[in-house]
Design a protein around this ligand. Structure first.
Ligand code: NAD
Length: 379
């Protein structure tokens, strides 16, 4: 019998790596699911609900981990947690491996097989395992709802006997998963929405959601998408043209939501302090790239700052502010991934180490870091 352990996250992380639905389905795969008492509480999954779904609720963390084959987490577990598992066990989490070589080395040296869910290849088969998408979608939604609540005016146009309330103007910068959901949410609230991106494929997506696309559409723009569907870093010339366009457009906006990211790099700087100075007092910027340095020069991660009447929020875990949905979707991503690792007939683990989703997410095995992105580059 394969034993799966789920322990509580740290105080700043409200999500959990399991849901009642996934407990039931993991049991169906032939696994015993042990959950540390209280681990699901902040996602409103009580011990009783998880127990009814088939989980064994354990009184403490040590009992949850002792000799388990697999540990599921949202964030990277401590080395002590990993060491409490069966030797060579599997750990599946958002490991956030960049920029912490020492921490990753220590985790690797436990001998566990470490999988980073955020490294899931973006191929059709793996869409249902894509944690970046499942969480970014919620972040895009919540950014608009938070902005609407900070904004001291209404979002939709209202024609009343006492006069007309204008529709809020919302500008979305970066139209990936989060940006698309932000557009859809802002449109549902009745805002007039514009959006920008450097990938040409987004132009049609923006239009199909009823928003207006704004971008510098030169030759470089036409080639800005990599084979894997991500944005390339843009040249200094392009950035200058883009800045000019953004500067003139942003002046008239009420709410700006920025989501622009380039994998493995700091977030591109799209809004300067001069542009903020030109914005209307009462305008709101929500910078979803805060954790990666921010798209706005004035963003402070984890804080809301006010400059010249413009409020700039740099939330660092928006999916964690909708933990019930975020945990359910994250847990489902984990379940779909785990499903590929089981021999359904024998109800045992049967991992195909050559599978591209295993190779793509495997960070460490047998005591060493193995992922090419994390190995020292040959000179
Ligand atoms: P992301 O979080 O890496 O970036 C967000 C957006 O910022 C992207 O649209 C990017 O083009 C944009 N951006 C980067 N630099 C910019 C700049 N200087 N100015 C303006 N915008 C800039 O992206 P994401 O949300 O993870 O999605 C990237 C792509 O991957 C999308 O095409 C998405 O549809 C695709 N995708 C595929 C799968 C799959 O097939 N499994 C799953 C999820 C996403």
């Amino acid at each position: 019998m394969v034993t799966i352990a789920v322990t509580a996250e740290a105080a700043e992380e409200p999500r959990v790596a399991v849901s009642p639905e996934t407990v039931k389905k993991l049991a169906g795969l032939g696994a015993t699911v042990r959950v540390e008492s209280g681990a699901g509480l902040r996602s409103r999954f009580s011990d009783d609900v998880l127990k009814a779904a088939g989980a064994e609720i354990m009184g403490d963390r040590a009992a949850t981990l002792a000799g388990a084959d697999i540990l599921l987490k949202v964030r990277r577990p401590s080395v002590d947690e990993i060491k409490a598992l069966k030797p060579g066990a599997m750990v599946i989490a958002m490991l956030d491996p960049y920029g912490d070589d020492a921490g990753m080395k220590a985790a690797a040296e436990t001998g566990a097989s470490l999988f980073a869910m955020e490294f899931m290849p973006r191929i059709t088969r793996a869409q249902s395992m894509d944690v970046l998408s499942s969480q970014a979608n919620l972040a895009g939604y919540k950014a608009v709802v938070d902005a609407a609540s900070m904004f001291e005016q209404a979002m939709p146009m209202m024609m009343t006997a006492a006069g007309t309330v204008p529709a809020a103007k919302v500008f979305i910068m970066g139209v990936g998963v989060a940006g698309l959901q932000a557009i859809a949410t802002a449109r549902r609230l009745g805002a007039v929405v514009t959006a920008t991106d450097v990938r040409p494929a987004t132009k049609e997506q923006v239009a199909s959601l009823g928003a207006k696309f704004i971008a510098v559409e030169d030759d470089e723009f036409r080639q800005a998408q990599t084979a894997t569907g991500y944005a390339k870093p843009m040249s200094a010339e392009y950035q200058a043209k883009q800045a000019e366009l953004v500067a003139s457009h942003i002046k008239g906006q009420d709410i700006v939501i920025t989501t622009a990211l380039i994998p493995g790099r700091p977030a591109p700087r799209l809004i300067t302090k001069e542009m903020v100075a030109d914005m209307k007092p009462g305008a709101v910027i929500i910078d979803l790239a805060a954790e990666r340095g921010g798209n706005c020069e004035l963003t402070e991660p984890g804080k809301t700052v006010e400059v010249g009447g413009v409020r700039i929020a740099g939330p660092i875990n928006l999916p964690g502010t909708v933990p019930v949905n975020a945990s359910s979707l994250y847990a489902k991503n984990l379940l779909t991934f785990l499903d590929t690792m089981f021999d359904k007939k024998e109800k045992v683990l049967a991992i195909d180490w050559d599978d591209e989703i295993i190779k793509g997410t495997l960070i460490a095995k047998d005591g060493a870091i193995v992922h090419p992105n994390l190995l020292p580059k040959a000179a």
